[in-house]
Design a protein around this ligand. Structure first.
Ligand code: PGA
Length: 267
């Protein structure tokens, strides 16, 4: 079974020493996990974080990247700079970047191309707003985001892309999407990928859910077959809470193993 992605998004939280302390506390809690754990930390802490996780199953990611090569872009960081300090992945197109920094699907597409070219796994965030949802526009919005953000991305590059379905109304609100809503959206996204590429390719793309995940609701979300993991904001800031979210996937895997064994024994 492919590994489940459990991705933390620290956003603009934690100083460098706080990130270091977090990792010291977090590592022993998840050392037996079989998940692909990713910590998206502020740029200035990537190097510290990479050093701290070197002997663990955790990888480090950026939260954004600039689509250009080197040059006169004051305040920006490109993919090459991220990989040079050991980041292996990067969040791209988070709804906060879209709404607060005016990022468009076209720009996000350029960022993905640059990230992929420089060897980063890109975590592409998509999702509808409450307005879209109320106006039954979810499908249309997701389709537009996927089509535009993945424009000119080849099928063989999709194994370096994780799609994060993050309904904007669920981010930081304490109102997670229901398991039915998550399952429905992910199946819709697979169908769209299948139309853009083909069914086999679509079935292999990692699609995760994000939006108000916590220690409680993760238990039901981890049970959804078609969900390849989660992207966690608020609840990732506390190492204990985040470790429980990670371990929910390991618990689920053990339960499935037992069920499979029982089925085999019965035969
Ligand atoms: P949240 O954030 O878990 O705090 O809702 C998720 C995200 O912004 O990626």
């Amino acid at each position: 079974m492919p590994k489940k992605y459990v991705i933390a998004n620290f956003k603009m939280n934690k100083t460098d020493s706080e990130v270091a302390k977090y990792i010291d506390e977090f590592k022993p809690l998840i050392e037996k996990s079989s998940c692909q754990i990713v910590l998206s930390v502020p740029y200035v802490s990537i190097k510290t974080a990479v050093e701290k996780v070197s002997d663990s199953n955790i990888t480090i990611a950026g939260q954004n990247l600039n689509e250009n090569d080197f040059g006169a872009f004051t305040g920006e960081v490109n993919a090459e700079m991220l990989t040079a300090v050991g980041a292996q992945a990067c969040i791209v197109g988070h709804s906060e970047r879209r709404s607060k920094f005016n990022e468009t699907d076209e720009l996000i597409n350029k960022k993905i191309m640059k990230g992929l070219r420089d060897g980063l796994i890109c975590v592409l965030c998509i999702g509808e707003t409450l307005f879209d949802k109320k106006n039954q526009k979810t499908e249309q919005v997701l389709k537009q985001q996927i089509t535009k953000c993945l424009n000119s991305i080849y099928a063989n590059e999709l194994n370096h892309i994780v799609i994060a379905y993050e309904p904007v109304w669920a981010i930081g609100t304490g109102i997670s999407a229901t398991t039915d809503e998550i399952a429905q959206a992910i199946s819709l996204i697979r169908k769209m990928l299948s139309n853009l590429y083909d069914a086999d390719i679509a079935s292999k793309v990692a699609i995760v859910y994000g939006g108000s995940i916590n220690e409680e609701n993760i238990k039901d979300i981890a049970r959804l077959d078609d969900v390849d993991g989660v992207l966690v904001g608020g609840a990732s800031l506390d190492p204990m809470s985040f470790s429980k979210i990670v371990l929910a996937f390991d618990d689920e895997e053990r339960t499935n193993d037992k069920k499979t064994k029982k089925r085999v024994l019965k035969k």
